[in-house]
Design a protein around this ligand. Sequence first.
Ligand code: AHR
Length: 333
Amino acid sequence: MVHIRTTITRRGLGALLAAGLLATGLSGCGNSDTGGDAGGTDKIVLGFSQVGAESGWRTANTNSIKEAAGAAGIELKFDDAQQKQENQIKAIRNFIQQKVDVIAFSPVVESGWDTVLKEARDAKIPVILTDRSVDSADKTLYQTFIGSDFVKEGRLSGEWLVEQTRSATGPVNIVELQGTTGSAPANDRRKGFAEAIAANPNLKVVASQSGDFTRAGGKQVMEQFLKANPKIDVLFAHNDDMGLGALEAITAAGKVPGKDITIITIDAVKDGMQALADGKFNFIAECSPLLGPQLMDLVKKVHAGESVPTRVETEETTFTVEQAKAALPTRKY
Ligand code: AHR
């Protein structure tokens, strides 16, 4: 479920862009209300560049976008960037060349987007960021950003740990499996978690490394952590998949996940929820991948030149073992 956090009146650039879109539509070239050149139909044509297929979360997100586009009657040109920024930049340039009506993408990393976003703006194609944001100072380069508050997810994870370790008298050693280096969720979850655990000086991150949001990465880095650190009390993994990979390494090292090592993850996809219900994980902060329907609403609005909120924040919760057991039977992804 998503809710709109900030509503603004039509922004200066949005209005200009909308005016440009209408003007080109009326003059019969470029994008028009009767469909962009890309599709040759009456449908709105959306070019979407996805991060990749690195996790269960990503698969659910891709499915949500494809299903929602079909349901909304929007023609979707879908590109999988295989977790490479250069592939996303290429895809966006292709969308511009094809004169799609709207471009949406989930940026692999936060930095380095200004040039290609300016190219989209020059071509008068509105851009929507989904799931992850960019660090561009010029906020007029995109119309809106729909996605989670990653800092909050990290903070909720850290606050739960602070609560659980209130009676600890000695050091609590934490290892952290970070997401893709330079990505918004890796940067923000790390920040939120660090801020929250500062409340208890016993809590110390003794090792922190990227597992690239994948199971294989989580397993491999956790093996290294276990070899290098004789006492690990807590694992904080930036997503379920890395936590699931780490489970294999922990078990292979003769330790009991969820007991010898407390495990906190983010996402709450089915496999993660199952591990939590089984007591192998201890806590999950949810990150919802079901962004498709709301993205399609935004696509229709920006295409029509209507005002949209600059930020649409996903509504999320957290899960303990008991809550996971209750939620699992109806979990959709
Ligand atoms: O950007 C969202 C993150 O990307 C999810 O938490 C992770 O599983 C995915 O790979």
